[in-house]
Write a protein that binds this ligand. Sequence first.
Ligand code: SF4
Length: 192
Amino acid sequence: MEAFYTIQGEGSHTGKAAYFIRIGGCDVGCHWCDVKESWDARTHPPTLTDQIVSDAAKYAKTVVVTGGEPSMWQLDYICDELQNKGIKTHVETSGAYPLTGSWDWICLSPKKTKLPTEAIYPVAQELKMIIHNKSDFKFAEEQAAKVSENCVLYLQPEWSKREKMIPQIVDYVMANPKWHISLQTHKYLNIP
Ligand code: SF4
């Protein structure tokens, strides 16, 4: 769908310069999704993977593959080509489909509308739960029970509800310190 060089705004790698590759196509259907234009892959003309990789190599040593939902696609080739160029491969996925590709960092962000496949829980290095309302804390705990003990746990306010939910998230993390707070810092910085 698009590719751009920016700063990773969320989660464990916040603040790191990275080249983002946004893959079109998603059928997970989060009502608060901030990239709904990504949902229909047919509206985004395909780009040759070799072109994407050579563009990425001009900018960064870290690539973040996001979407849309990357797990809907076969990603072995793009990961191999990026890693052959010494580029770290990060992915942001809901885990709704079996994940292909070789990843240096897997950020799993489960969604209630289409739960992750079981295989992704043990390999996720970061669990990022979006908090839109109070019931999302319960869902976050259910998902945290399924990842490995080394997986870093994040609660991130859904952007449109941030003023309401940030105080609740702060209280929750102080009461449950296994969790960390993630904010969409790129939105505060006014960058993509
Ligand atoms: S999984 Fe991501 S891209 Fe898909 S609807 Fe949800 S927030 Fe949007």
